[in-house]
Design a protein around this ligand. Sequence first.
Ligand code: PLP
Length: 576
Amino acid sequence: MEILNYLKEEEIIAYFSMEIALFKEIPTYSGGLGVLAGDTVRSAADLSLPFVAITLLHRKGYFRQELTPDGNQIEHPVVWDVERLLTPLPQKVRVTIEGREVVIGAWVYVWRSVTGGKVPVIFLDTDLPENVESDRAITHYLYGGDRRYRLKQEIVLGIGGVRMLKALELSVRKYHINEGHAALLALELLRDEVSCQKEEKACLREVRNLCVFTTHTPVEAGHDRFPYDLVREVLGEPLPIDLLKKLGGKDELNMTLLALNLSGYVNGVAKRHSEVSRNMFPGYVIHSITNGVHTFTWTSPAFRELYDRYIPGWAHEPELLARVDVIPDELLWEAHQREKKSLIELVYEKTGILMEKEVFTLGFARRMTAYKRPTFIFADRERLIRIAKRQPFQVIFAGKAHPQDWEGKRLIQEIFKQARELHPHLKIAFLEDYDLEIAKRMVSGVDLWLNTPQKPFEASGTSGMKAAHNGVLHFSVLDGWWIEGCLEGITGWSIGSPPDEKTDDEARREVEDFYGKLEYAILPTFYNHREHWIRLMKNAIGKLAPYFNSHRMMKRYLSEAYFHQPALFTMNNQHV
Ligand SMILES: *Cc1c(COP(=O)(O)O)cnc(C)c1O
C-alpha cells in the first residue's frame, strides 16, 4: 500500500486498458493497442503525471506462437512469473457475475522513469481460492474464449477497476477509457450517481465530466457489442434497462456507443480516423489526437548513442530530433548498418536463413489479419522476380494471428508457401513469436518498413513511427497516421491514392504504386544514390520523430482531455 501513498494527495488520471505492453516478460498484450498503452504509461511517468493504469492480469498471456515448417501456427499458453515481477496488493473488491459474487484481487508494477516520475500499473486478478473454477479463469487469457468470457472480463476491468481504485482510496480526476473494452467503468460511475437519487440529467453530467474516451475502431463491424439477453444473464441489471438501451443501443449493447454517450471528451487516434468515426456516429463531437510512440523505447542502441552525442536531451524532448542534420552522414549510415547486421544475425539464429548485409531489406511485421494484407507484395510474382533479378532485395516478416482468426492463420501459411516458391530469387524469412523485442530489432534493422492495410481499417498504426525514429523509411498505404506523416519522396513513399482523391480501381493503383515506386524510385536511390538515401533517412528522423511521439501525444491529452474545462467544450449529450 505504501507504494501508492504518494498519490493520496493527488487527483489522478485513471487509464483503463484491456492490454498494456510494458516489457517482454509481462506478456499482457496482443498488438498495437497494448503497445500504445505501454508507451502512454512510459510518457506519463517521464512527465511525472499523477497517473495510474488499470488492466487485467492475463496470467496465461495472449499466446506464444510456434510455427511449423509449413507456417501452421501452434498456440501455447505463456507462463510468466507473476509472483516475481509484480507486487500483490491486500485490497479485494467484489462484482456480481451471472448472479454470483466474484472476488477480485490486484497486483501492481510501478513503472519508473529516469526523471523520477512513476506510474503504478494495476493488474486485476480473479484467480483466487474464494472463486469457483470458471471465475478464476476470467483473468487468464487476453482475448480468449467467447462473447460471454469477454463480457465477464469487461465487467472485471470496468466495474472491478473502479471499485479497486475506491478501495485503494485514490481520488480520480478523469477516467480514461482506452477503447470500448473498458466502457463499463462509466456504467459503474453512473450507477453510483443514480443511486444517490439525483435527476437523470444531473447524473449523466457528472459521469461525462469524469470520462475521457479514446476510440480505436474505424469500422462498424469492429465495435465490441453484446446481445441484451447475454448482458442480463451475465451483468444483471445495474441500471434500468430502458436507460441502458438509451445509452448503449436499442438492439445490442454497443460498448463504443456506451462510451460515446458517457464521456465528455472523445477522440480518435489520427485525423482521418476521427473523420471516419464522426461519419459512423453522426452528431457526436469526436476530437483527434494522433498517436505517438515512446521515443527512447523505440530508438535502437546505435541511434541512442548517436543522438546522445549530437542531440543531448532528445529522449525527453523529441522535438530536438529536428536537428538531426548535425549528425555526420557516415556516422548515421554506420549506426544503421550496425542495427541491420544485428537483425540479420537474429534472423540467422532463429531461422537458419542467411540474409545479406549489402542487400536492400524490407520489413513487414504486425498482427496477421486480413485487413493488414500481409501477402500484398505477392500480387504480381513475375514482376517481383523481375525486379529482384536486377536490383536484389530480401524480406523479413513477423506477426501472430489471433487463435480464432482462420484467415490470419492462412495468410501466414501463404507467406511460407510464397517464400518456398520464390527461392532463390528472393530471400524471405518469417520470425516466430512477434513481440516487443522483435519489433524493436525489426523497425531499426531493415531499410524499408512496409505497411499495406485495406483503407480505412488502419485507425492509426504506430510501427512506421518506430521505424522513423531509427531512420528507416516508410512505404505505406495512405491510411491512419501516414496521411499526416507522408511527404512523398521526402519522408517516405505512399501506396495508392490520397483519401480525397477518387480512383475507379484503387486496388490496381495500389499494386501499381507498390511495384512502380519500388523499382523506379526506392531501389535505385538505395543502390545508386546513397547520399540521397541518407538525406531521406534524416528527413524521416527530423520531420517525423519530433511529432509522432507519445510525449507530444500525452501533452495533448493533458491540455485537451484531462484538464480541459468541460464548459468550453460541446458536450456529447445531444442524443440522450
Ligand atoms: C508497434 C507494434 C504493433 C503495432 O503495429 P502496426 O503495424 O502499427 O499495427 C504491433 N505489435 C507489436 C509487438 C508492436 O511493437
